[in-house]
Write a protein of this length. Structure first.
Length: 389
């Protein structure tokens, strides 16, 4: 469902959050090089519709400049300028987020779509996003909203309390911050998650992991699970394909491990760029040593999109090899993603090797995990299987 000038928020929410469907509000086809007079008027109207909200992590510098302390880019921003993400603006030496309560995508998804395979399987999750991102992946599947400024994307105003209310009304035990990069709408996510804790609705973050330690630790006080896209295991790939760095992502993973929060990994395998057996072996060895054998790792199939359209979809054979490398490295839960019906979607007990969760795409056909244990041999199956309020 798309928003237009005749669509009310009530109409949108009634139609949009009651089905397992994609909702993208007014995604543009092209990025304007500069604002027209009409764009400027729209931008001014958005300021009225979405009041400014002061950012949580930044420090003031001389000459009304500020330095963002949220992600490793640590942008230094002059007065009336924005950081790399395009959603945070310096106004007279005070740093503001422009996307608090400014929702551009709202869906009800199966939790498996995130993907979370070991977090409340078979449950729906109210999923939302704002415009913007703090990296630019050349293979981004949601570039129509991640690579645009908030005033270029049609959005609706939705407060944290309203988000939690709609989650409860639609029997969603969780809210997922996803589609773009939740780190850039940190304050909005933080406020929703705090309300959710009070109301018995959990929060899960689907992230690239490009965040500094202090805000991550503070946020995890209110999060219940995290999915991190580990896009590759080389600095070269991160620099050339994602405009970011690998090292901060690894530091984020180590912090999550230290905090004890549940998290899962996704690796999108892009042919010729990050699919070598050597790189995958090195990655899996690091995960086993530093994060432990119970962290689920999903090897997902790439499809040509955005700025990488010259490469073919990842072969299923390559994904199967990656999964086997992970299992051989000692990881208990390795999956094949974006190949519906493949046996690599299923969960097997690391003890007796019996099938415990059977999946086809995002659908659970069988789940014999009971009390966090294998029904066959009582071996523990790592994950979050019940909500603890």
């Amino acid at each position: 469902m798309e928003m237009n000038k005749h669509t009310t928020r009530r109409t949108f929410l009634k139609a949009g959050v009651t089905t397992f469907g994609a909702v993208c509000l007014g995604c543009p086809d092209v990025l304007a090089a500069s604002e027209s007079a009409e764009d400027a008027i729209v931008s001014q109207q958005y300021d009225k519709d979405f009041p400014l909200h002061e950012a949580m992590y930044y420090k003031k510098l001389e000459d009304l400049r500020v330095e963002c302390q949220l992600c490793p880019k640590q942008c230094r921003i002059a007065d009336l300028e924005r950081g790399y993400c395009g959603v945070r603006e310096n106004r007279s030496g005070k740093y503001y987020t422009l996307v608090h309560s400014r929702v551009c995508a709202l869906h009800i998804d199966p939790i498996e779509k995130k993907p979370f395979f070991h977090y409340l399987p078979g449950t729906p999750s109210l999923s939302l996003a704002t415009a913007g991102c703090n990296v630019e992946c050349k293979f981004c599947q949601n570039w129509q909203i991640s690579q645009f400024r908030p005033e270029q994307i049609e959005s609706i105003k939705l407060s944290p309390k309203e988000v939690i209310k709609h989650a409860k009304e639609n029997s969603c035990p969780s809210v997922a911050y996803t589609y773009t990069e939740p780190v850039i709408f940190y304050e909005f996510m933080y406020d929703i998650a705090r309300v959710g804790k009070e109301e018995g609705v959990t929060s899960v973050m689907v992230s690239n992991g490009y965040i500094k330690e202090e805000p991550l630790v503070e946020l995890c006080r209110y999060l219940d699970a995290v999915k991190i896209d580990l896009k590759a295991f080389t600095e070269k790939f991160y620099k050339e394909a994602c405009s970011s760095e690998l090292k901060p992502i690894l530091e984020t993973l180590l912090t999550l491990k230290k905090l004890g929060i549940w998290f899962e990994l996704v690796v999108l395998i892009v042919p010729t760029l990050n699919d070598s057996e050597g790189e995958i072996k090195e990655m899996c060895a690091w995960v086993f040593k530093e994060l432990g054998p119970d962290v689920p790792i999903h090897f997902s199939r790439f499809h040509p999109t955005y700025k990488i359209k010259n490469l073919p979809p990842t072969s299923v054979r390559t994904l199967e090899k990656a999964r086997q490398i992970a299992l051989d490295a000692g990881l208990h839960f390795a999956y094949v993603g974006n190949v519906p019906g493949h046996e690599g979607e299923n969960t097997y007990c690391p003890g007796c090797k019996e099938l415990v969760i059977k999946r086809v795409g995002f659908t659970i056909l069988q789940n014999t995990v009971r009390g966090g244990k294998c029904h066959h041999c009582q071996h523990p199956i790592a994950g979050v299987w019940d909500i603890k309020v």
